[in-house]
Design a protein around this ligand. Structure first.
Ligand code: NAD
Length: 247
C-alpha cells in the first residue's frame, strides 16, 4: 500500500504533458502527497484536474513556446510560487537516420530539451527567492538501449541528463536540486501501438518481469521532489524494473 504522508504539503508543483500517461500519474501522485498541482499540456488537461479535485489547476502550455512559459509563470502566481517543475512532455516519432528530416529533429529538440531550459528561465527566480526548489526532467532508459530509429530522441534524453548535471551546479547554493528520471517501457497511450509480443520482448529483459505502469514511475519523482532528497542533485535515476544496469 502506498504511503499517503503529506510530504509535499505547502509545495506548488508544475507538471508538463500532464493530460495522460506518466505525466498524469505524476500530477495525481504529487497531489496525493499534498502538493498544489498545476497540470499543463497542449490543451488544458481537464481529466487530470478532475481526478485530483478542486485543489488542482489546469493550464495550456506548449512547452516549445517561450510565450506559453511566460504566460503560465504569470498565471501561476495566483496559485503560488512554483517550487517543483517536472518536465515530462515529449515528442518521440520513430525515424531512421535516413528518414529523419531537420523539422522533425528540431521539433524533438524543442519539445524534449528547450523546455528544460525555458522552465528554468521562468521558474528559477521564484525558487531562488524561496531558497528551495526541485527540477526533474523525464529522460528514458532508451539512452542505454540498442533501439533503431530514435537517434534524435536519444540525443534529447541524454541532453536532459547533461542539462540537469549542469543546472545542479548553478542552483545548489539556493537549496535547489536538478535530477533526471529514466523510465523504461511503460504502459501508456504512447506505447499502446506496440504489439504484446514487442512489449513482452522488452520486459523479459527486465529483472522484474512485467510491463511498467505509469504509477511505477512516480515514486522516484516523489522522492526527488521531497525534502528527503535535499542532498541528491545532478543524478539520473533509472525506473525500469532492472533492464538497464550501467549508470
Ligand atoms: N511510455 C514509455 O514507455 C516511456 C519510456 C521512457 C520514457 N518515457 C518518457 O515519459 C514521458 C511521458 O511519456 P508517456 O508515455 O506518458 O507519453 P504520452 O504520449 O502518453 O503523453 C505525453 C503528453 O505530452 C504532451 N505533449 C506532447 N508535446 C507537447 C508539447 N509540445 N507541449 C506540451 N505537452 C506536450 C502530450 O499531449 C501528452 O499528453 C516522456 O518524456 C517520455 O519520453 C516514456
Amino acid at each position: 500500500m502506498k504511503t499517503l504522508t503529506k510530504t509535499h504539503e505547502g509545495r506548488v508543483a508544475l507538471v508538463t504533458g500532464a493530460a495522460q500517461g506518466i505525466g498524469q500519474a505524476i500530477a495525481v501522485a504529487l497531489a496525493e502527497r499534498g502538493a498544489q498541482v498545476i497540470a499543463t499540456d497542449l490543451t488544458r488537461p481537464h481529466e487530470t484536474v478532475e481526478k485530483i479535485g478542486p485543489t488542482a489547476h489546469a493550464f495550456q502550455l506548449d512547452v516549445t513556446q517561450e510565450e506559453d512559459w511566460r504566460s503560465v509563470s504569470i498565471k501561476g502566481r495566483d496559485v503560488g510560487e512554483v517550487d517543483i517543475v517536472v518536465n515530462n512532455a515529449a515528442y518521440f516519432p520513430n525515424r531512421s537516420i535516413d528518414e529523419l528530416d531537420l523539422p522533425t529533429w528540431r521539433k524533438t529538440m524543442a519539445t524534449n530539451l528547450d523546455a528544460q531550459f525555458l522552465s528554468a528561465k521562468y521558474f528559477l527566480p521564484g525558487m531562488r527567492r524561496n531558497k528551495w526548489g526541485r527540477f526533474v526532467g523525464i529522460s528514458s532508459n532508451m539512452v542505454g538501449l540498442a533501439i533503431p530509429g530514435m537517434s534524435h530522441y536519444i540525443a534529447t534524453k541524454m541532453g536532459i541528463i547533461g542539462f540537469m548535471r549542469g543546472l545542479a551546479n548553478d542552483v545548489a547554493s539556493d537549496g535547489i536540486t536538478a535530477n533526471a528520471v529514466l523510465p523504461g517501457l511503460t504502459n501508456t497511450l504512447a506505447t499502446a501501438p506496440q504489439s504484446e509480443e514487442q512489449k513482452r520482448s522488452t520486459w523479459e529483459q527486465q529483472a522484474i518481469k512485467r510491463l511498467g505502469e505509469p504509477a511505477d514511475v512516480t515514486g522516484a519523482i516523489l522522492f526527488l521532489t521531497s525534502d528527503d532528497a535535499a542532498f541528491i542533485t545532478g543524478q539520473a535515476i533509472v525506473v525500469d524494473g532492472g533492464q538497464y544496469r550501467i549508470g
